[in-house]
Design a protein around this ligand. Structure first.
Ligand code: AMP
Length: 359
C-alpha cells in the first residue's frame, strides 16, 4: 500500500523491458520520475530510454532485493513475470502494483475465466485439460470446432490450436507438449473490442473509450477507437472493466478483451494485467494516455482525463513493415512510434503508427 503520492524525482521500478516498458518509462520521465528497468536484455527497448537497468532473470533474488531498496514503487509490463517475484519484493518491503494476486489470476486462463464467471461476467464455455482423456471429455461437451490453448504464457495466438474433428485431438494435444491447457468453445463473435481502464490506490476508476480490434494470424493488426459501438455495448464493456478492477482489488491499468456476439451480448476473452497494445491509440486520441495513466495510478496521483480528442486508427508495424519508416514518417495527421529493436523478424512488434481519422 502506498502511504502518500510519490513526489517529483521518486523512482519507479518496472519489471519487463519491452516496448510497453519503454513507453511507460517515457511517460514516467515526463512526469518527473526516475525509472529503473529490470529485465533479461541489455540493450532492451525500455533500458534505452531509462535512467538505469538491471539485467537479470526475474527470479534473481539478490537483484530483486536491490530493486526493492532503490524504488519507491515497483510495477510490471509483462504478465509472465513470476508472481513469486512480486511476493519476494513485497516481503522485502517494496510497494508493488498491480498485486501478485491480480497477476496470478490473470496469468492463468482457467483462473481468469473462473474469476470472470464468479463476478457475473460471461465467458465462452471452458474446460481445464490435463490429459488426452480430459480433452476428449471436454470436446464431447464443447462441440466442434473448439480451441485448445495453454493455460499460461500464450500470447499473439501462440500456444493455441483449433480442433475441428475428434481425429485432430491427439495431434493438437501433443502440439502443446503436455502443458496444462484449457479447451474453449468457439465464440461466434461479430466484432472484437477491448476496454482499457485504470484504478488508483484510493479505488477511483477511469475507463478509456472502447477500441475495436482486428487481428491477422492471431496478432493485433489495427485498433480503431473510439469504436462505433452502441451506447449499451459501451456501457456494458465499461461495467465489466470496473467489475474486473474492483474484483481484483487492482491498482494500475489493465485491458479487458471482449467478444461482441450477434445481438450485442459481450463475452470476456482475456484480461491483460498491464498496459495493452489495443490502448496505444490513446497516445494521440486521449488527453491522458494509458502509459501516463498507469504511472499516475501506481504513483498515487490523480487519474488523468480519459476522454477522446479524436478518432484514431492504430496500426502495428510488424517485422519488415518498419522498413517503410521514411514514408510513414512523412504522413500527415499521424504519429510514428519506433521501439528501438534491431532485428525485424517476421511478426515481431517493431513499432506502431497512430493515424488521426477524424477530429
Ligand atoms: P487470445 O490469445 O486468447 O486473445 O486469442 C487470440 C485471438 O484468437 C482472439 O483475439 C480471437 O480472435 C481468437 N480467439 C481466441 N479465443 C477464441 C474463442 N474461444 N473463439 C473464437 N475465437 C477465439
Amino acid at each position: 500500500m502506498l502511504k502518500s503520492p510519490l513526489s517529483l524525482g521518486a523512482t519507479i521500478g518496472i519489471l519487463g523491458d519491452g516496448q510497453l516498458g519503454r513507453m511507460l518509462s517515457q511517460a514516467a520521465s515526463r512526469l518527473g520520475f526516475k525509472v529503473v528497468i529490470f529485465g533479461p536484455d541489455k540493450e532492451s527497448p525500455a533500458a534505452q530510454v531509462s535512467l538505469a537497468s538491471k539485467v537479470a532473470a526475474y527470479t534473481d533474488e539478490a537483484v530483486l532485493a536491490r530493486l526493492a531498496e532503490s524504488c519507491d514503487v515497483i510495477t510490471f509490463e509483462f504478465e509472465n513475470v513470476p508472481a513469486s517475484s512480486l511476493d519476494y519484493l513485497t516481503g522485502k518491503g517494496a510497494v508493488v502494483a498491480p498485486s501478485s494476486k491480480a497477476l496470478r489470476i490473470t496469468q492463468d486462463r482457467v483462473l481468469e475465466k473462473s474469476f470472470a464467471r464468479d463476478h457475473g461476467i460471461g465467458t465462452v464455455d471452458f474446460y481445464p485439460v490435463d490429459s488426452l482423456d480430459d480433452l476428449y471429455a471436454a470436446l464431447r461437451q464443447s462441440g466442434l470446432p473448439a480451441l485448445l490453448k495453454t493455460r499460461r504464457e500464450g500470447y499473439d495466438g501462440k500456444g493455441q490450436v483449433w480442433i475441428r474433428s475428434l481425429d485432430e485431438a491427439p495431434a493438437a494435444y501433443d502440439s502443446l507438449n503436455g502443458r496444462p491447457s484449457i479447451l474453449e468453445a468457439k465464440a461466434s463473435f461479430t466484432r472484437e473490442i477491448s476496454v482499457v481502464a485504470a484504478r488508483g490506490w484510493d479505488g477511483q476508476v477511469k475507463t478509456f473509450p472502447i477500441g475495436e480490434n482486428h487481428h491477422v494470424g492471431g496478432i493485433l493488426s489495427t485498433t480503431l477507437a473510439p469504436a462505433n459501438v452502441s451506447p449499451a455495448v459501451s456501457a456494458e464493456a465499461h461495467d465489466i472493466a470496473k467489475a474486473v478492477l474492483e474484483g481484483l482489488d487492482y491498482v494500475g491499468v489493465l485491458a479487458v478483451e471482449l467478444f461482441v456476439l450477434d445481438g450485442d451480448a459481450l463475452l470476456l476473452n482475456e484480461i491483460a494485467p498491464r498496459v495493452h497494445n489495443s490502448g496505444h491509440w490513446t497516445q494521440d486520441g486521449c488527453w491522458c494516455d494509458q502509459f501516463e495513466q498507469h504511472i499516475r495510478a501506481v504513483a498515487g496521483w490523480p487519474l488523468g482525463d480519459t476522454s477522446a480528442r479524436c478518432t484514431i486508427e492504430m496500426t502495428n508495424l510488424l517485422g519488415a513493415d518498419i522498413l517503410a519508416w521514411p514514408d510513414l514518417s512523412a504522413e500527415p495527421a499521424s504519429r510514428l512510434y519506433v521501439y528501438g529493436k534491431d532485428d525485424p523478424r517476421p511478426g515481431r512488434k517493431m513499432g506502431h503508427i497512430n493515424r488521426i481519422k477524424s477530429v
